[in-house]
Design a protein around this ligand. Structure first.
Ligand SMILES: *[C@@H]1O[C@H](CO)[C@@H](O)[C@H](O)[C@H]1NC(C)=O
Ligand SMILES: *[C@@H]1O[C@H](CO)[C@@H](O)[C@H](O)[C@H]1NC(C)=O
Ligand SMILES: *[C@@H]1O[C@H](CO)[C@@H](O)[C@H](O)[C@H]1NC(C)=O
Ligand SMILES: *[C@@H]1O[C@H](CO)[C@@H](O)[C@H](O)[C@H]1NC(C)=O
Ligand SMILES: *[C@@H]1O[C@H](CO)[C@@H](O)[C@H](O)[C@H]1NC(C)=O
Ligand SMILES: *[C@@H]1O[C@H](CO)[C@@H](O)[C@H](O)[C@H]1NC(C)=O
Ligand SMILES: *[C@@H]1O[C@H](CO)[C@@H](O)[C@H](O)[C@H]1NC(C)=O
Length: 263
C-alpha cells in the first residue's frame, strides 16, 4: 500500500515535471520571436510532429507557411498565461499600429514536452468592435499582476466563473459572479462606466457558446476560452481575470469575416 502510494507520488511528480512554466515560456518566447521576425523555423522545432493536430487560424486548419506567423509584426504588447495542469498556454498580442494593426489571441497545447496544436484568433479592422488604440490603452491601464498565493482561487473556481458568464448567453437563469468593479473590453470598446464600472449591464440571450478550449493560470487568476460564438460560430477568445471568485476583467476578440459581424 505504502509502496503503491510512493510510486503514484513519484509518477505524479514526473508527470507534472513535463509541464513547468519555464518549459511553456520557452515555447511562447519562440512563438513571439516567429511573429516578430516572420521566420517560423525556431518555433517549429518545438512541435511534436508525431501527435500533431495542426495550426489553426480563426478556427480553420491552415498550412503554417501561409499563416500570419510568416508575416513579421511589430508587437507592442504581449501577455501570457501558463496552464501547467493542462499543459497549454495563451498569449495576448497587440500590434498598436495605425497602418497595420492586429489583436491576436493564441493558445498552444503540448504533448511530450512539445507543442501539438496552435490555435489563434486573429483580428483586424472590421472585426467585432475592433479598435487597437482602445485595446492597447485599456490593457496597459489594467492590473493583471500575479495574485498573492494566499488569495488565489483554484482552477475550478476560475473556470466556473468563466463558464457562468458564457452559459448566461444561452440561459437567463444562470447566476454570474460579477465583481465590483468589473469591466469588459470588447474588441477595443471599454465598458461605458469606465475602469471602475460594472459588467452587469445585460447579456444577450439565445446565443450558444460552444467548442470551449480552456487555458487556466491560477497564479494570474485567469482563464482564456477559445470558443465558437453563437449560431454563426464566430471564432472568438474570451479572456477573464477572476479575483476571489468574481469577474474583474473580460477581454473579447472576435473574428467574423464580415464588417463588424454584420451588425
Ligand atoms: C516538425 O516539422 C516541422 C515542419 O515540417 C519542422 O520544421 C520541425 O523541425 C519538426 N519538428 C521536430 C521536433 O522534428
Ligand atoms: C505547406 O506549404 C509548404 C510550402 O508551400 C509545403 O512545402 C508543405 O508541403 C505544405 N504542407 C502541407 C502539410 O501541406
Ligand atoms: C513580450 O513582453 C515581455 C514582457 O513585457 C517583453 O519583455 C518582451 O520583449 C515582449 N516580447 C515581444 C516579442 O514583444
Ligand atoms: C478607440 O478607442 C479610443 C480609446 O478608448 C477612443 O478614444 C477612440 O475614440 C476609439 N475610436 C473609435 C473609432 O471608436
Ligand atoms: C497606440 O498607438 C497610438 C497611435 O500610434 C498612440 O497614440 C498610443 O499611445 C499607443 N497606445 C499605447 C498604449 O501605447
Ligand atoms: C429558467 O427558469 C424558469 C423558471 O424557473 C424555467 O421555467 C426555465 O425552464 C429555466 N430555463 C432554463 C434554460 O433552464
Ligand atoms: C478607480 O478606482 C481606483 C481605486 O479606488 C482609483 O484610484 C481610480 O482613480 C479610479 N479610477 C477612475 C477612473 O475612477
Amino acid at each position: 500500500m505504502l509502496r503503491t502510494i510512493a510510486i503514484a507520488t513519484a509518477f505524479a511528480a514526473t508527470a507534472s515535471a513535463h509541464c513547468t512554466r519555464p518549459l511553456l515560456k520557452e515555447a511562447v518566447d519562440a512563438y513571439l520571436t516567429a511573429q516578430t521576425t516572420g521566420h517560423i523555423d525556431p518555433f517549429t522545432t518545438h512541435f511534436d510532429n508525431s501527435t500533431w493536430l495542426g495550426y489553426h487560424e480563426n478556427s480553420l486548419k491552415v498550412n503554417i507557411t501561409s499563416g500570419i506567423l510568416t508575416k513579421p509584426l511589430a508587437i507592442t504588447h504581449n501577455r501570457s498565461f501558463y496552464d501547467t495542469s493542462s499543459c497549454a498556454t495563451f498569449t495576448e498580442v497587440i500590434v498598436n499600429s495605425t497602418t497595420n494593426p492586429y489583436v491576436i489571441g493564441t493558445q498552444l497545447r503540448f504533448t511530450n514536452h512539445k507543442i501539438n496544436k496552435v490555435d489563434s484568433v486573429v483580428t483586424r479592422p472590421g472585426d467585432w468592435l475592433f479598435n487597437v488604440t482602445g485595446y492597447a490603452y485599456w490593457t496597459a491601464y489594467e492590473n493583471w499582476e500575479t495574485i498573492p498565493e494566499e488569495q488565489r482561487d483554484t482552477q475550478l473556481t476560475i473556470r466556473k466563473a468563466a463558464d457562468a458568464y458564457l452559459d448566461r448567453f444561452n440561459n437567463k437563469n444562470v447566476t454570474v459572479p460579477w465583481g465590483t468593479p468589473c469591466v469588459r473590453l470588447e474588441g477595443g470598446l471599454y465598458g461605458d462606466s469606465g475602469p471602475n464600472g460594472t459588467c452587469n449591464v445585460g447579456v444577450p440571450s439565445g446565443v450558444p457558446i460552444t467548442n470551449r478550449r480552456y487555458v487556466i493560470d491560477e497564479t494570474l487568476g485567469s482563464v482564456d476560452v477559445l470558443l465558437d460564438f453563437g449560431n454563426s460560430k464566430w471564432p472568438d477568445s474570451h479572456l477573464f481575470r477572476v479575483e476571489t471568485g468574481k469577474l474583474r476583467y473580460v477581454h473579447t476578440i472576435t473574428h467574423c469575416g464580415i464588417a463588424n459581424c454584420g451588425v
